[in-house]
Design a protein around this ligand. Structure first.
Ligand SMILES: *Cc1c(COP(=O)(O)O)cnc(C)c1O
Length: 349
């Protein structure tokens, strides 16, 4: 302990329900594995459900999955120029927004006799990655001149940096861009990739998906929720990941610290209310393991705070030293817990 319990069958179920749900609308899925560091057992749960394309933001994760024998088409979500050689070797497709990077990808691909496919990302309001819509046509024109690059599609990403919701308006814009590119360059785009788990509500409620034919889903598959308002998606498991840690102290203590108050270990000056004495437990888990805001406690306790390695909770059920406590995780909790080398990952089939 601490350990992360991972229910692979629940992840597989989620992927399969989502494939069916979006498939009915003509939308294919990429299963996004970055939050789980490309963990091959989780990627396999996705492919067993029928997902044929796995996307990750790090080439190391893609290399890891390939080495483990995951059979899928691999998409790199974030494309650094300096890794061009590794990218063309291991990824089938990458998302791109910079001509200099495409140049380098093309010449690296040429060296090994490959054609590297790219999806050009378009900026539609969220202000993370994307070519501006007014520059897209010229960008595609230039990209088409590269000998070892094939344009596989266009895409956009919303609700990540700016928190901008996928809507009929921005999705229609992507469809219109797709049609004008297809007409201008006499080509057929294979992927019109409208976004991520935040696109669920739009897709569910729209009367017309337009030309959108692909989404890239991580959180919806892993945690079973959409990401505009973090509502669980009906029919999906939302507890596939559970973090378990151990109680190391349990005592009645005052709720108000005693003495002149300065900064805590992280430079914050916390405020406290005097609620008299209460039962407090310390759990062997800390900020070095997991983002505090990413932990969801059950009703038996309230999280009061944490330092690097001590999580302090108010305890209503009289936890004893050595007891195990389980937490649900949100996306930042999952990301951090998967990344902590101190948290053991335990898989259930
Ligand atoms: C992380 C990421 C996704 C997946 O996002 P979720 O919210 O986990 O579905 C999709 N596309 C891109 C470009 C990403 O970086």
């Amino acid at each position: 302990m601490p350990r992360l319990e991972i229910a692979l069958s629940q992840i597989r179920d989620n992927a399969s329900v989502l494939l069916e749900l979006f498939g009915q609308k003509g939308i294919s899925l990429m299963g996004v594995s970055k939050a789980v560091l490309g963990e091959p057992l989780i990627a396999r749960a996705m492919t067993e459900a029928g997902i044929q394309t796995i996307a990750d933001s790090r080439i190391e994760n893609i290399e890891r999955m390939k080495k483990a024998g995951i059979v899928a088409s691999f998409v790199l979500l974030r494309t650094p120029l300096s890794r061009a050689q590794a990218i063309v070797e291991s990824a089938d497709i990458s998302l791109n927004t910079e001509m200099g990077t495409l140049n380098e990808l093309s010449s690296c691909a040429k060296k090994i006799g490959k054609i590297h496919q790219v999806i050009i990302m378009v900026e539609l309001g969220d202000l993370r990655e994307g070519v501006l819509p007014c520059d897209l046509s010229q960008f595609i024109k230039n990209a088409q001149c590269l000998s070892n690059i094939k344009i596989a599609g266009i895409g956009c990403n919303l609700a990540c940096y700016g928190g901008i919701e996928p809507s009929d308006k921005n999705m229609r814009k992507l469809s219109i861009l797709c049609e004008s590119i297809e007409t201008e360059f006499q080509l057929k785009l294979k992927f019109i990739s409208g976004g991520n788990s935040a696109n669920y509500k739009w897709c569910h409620s729209t009367s017309d998906i337009g030309r959108i034919n692909n989404l890239r889903l991580g959180e919806a598959i892993l945690l079973g929720c959409e990401t505009v308002s973090r509502t669980p998606i009906s029919g999906l498991h939302t507890h596939a990941f559970q973090l378990v840690a151990e109680v190391i102290e349990s005592k009645i203590k005052p709720s108000l610290p005693d003495g002149k108050r300065f900064q805590d270990a992280f430079g914050n000056t916390p405020d406290f209310q005097d609620n008299g004495n209460c039962r407090r437990a310390i759990i062997a888990l800390g900020r070095q393991d997991v983002a505090l805001s990413g932990l969801k406690a059950n009703k038996a306790l309230t999280i009061l705070g944490a330092s690097s390695d001590h999580l302090i909770v108010e305890d209503y059920h009289h936890l004893k030293v050595g007891d195990e406590v389980k937490f649900d995780l949100n996306y930042s909790g999952l990301l951090s817990a998967m990344t902590s080398p101190f948290i053991k990952k335990q898989f259930f089939t």
